[in-house]
Ligand binder design. Structure first.
Ligand code: CMP
Length: 139
């Protein structure tokens, strides 16, 4: 089933010059880029994005970090896109993520793990609506 999902290259990925590498992996896989932008997230947007983690020990540092410098957000579309993208991203903790995945190849950290990807189609639509305006998503 054709789905769409959202990927965010986090501040560490942008600072380390990995934007092109990450976009190119998804393009080569055959996923379509439907929207793309660089943006500095407000604390409010970061909190909405990570609302499921409110109350956890790492929540405040996660919000500080995600709003510390620009991120690159993209909407990707393709057959089974949500799961395909999560497989390509790898486990949350870069030390456990398999080689060949983005985190497995570029991260040794659980907090600075290069990218974020939505974990379901419903969640993807919610996260897309936080970052992109309807106009930016128009065909
Ligand atoms: P992400 O996939 O963007 O979703 C939630 C983020 O919270 C996660 O990647 C990590 O960056 C961060 N995170 C999750 N667990 C921890 C943790 N135990 N310590 C610090 N950060 C975490």
């Amino acid at each position: 089933m054709v789905e769409r999902t959202i990927v965010i290259v986090k501040p560490d990925g942008v600072r380390r010059g990995l934007i092109g590498e990450i976009i190119s992996r998804f393009e080569r896989k055959g996923l379509k880029i439907k929207a793309l932008k660089m943006v500095r997230l407000s604390r409010e947007s970061a909190m909405k994005l990570y609302d499921v983690h409110i109350g956890k020990s790492f929540f405040n540092s996660l919000i500080d970090y995600m709003s510390s410098s620009p991120v690159v957000a993209m909407v990707l579309e393709g057959d089974g896109a949500v799961n395909v993208v999560r497989l390509m991203v790898g486990e949350t903790d870069g030390r456990r993520a398999l080689p060949g995945t983005i985190r497995g190849d570029y991260s040794l950290s659980i907090s600075e793990n290069v990218v974020h990807a939505a974990d379901s189609a419903v969640r993807a639509e919610y996260e897309i609506s936080i970052i992109f305006t309807p106009n930016e998503l128009a065909e």
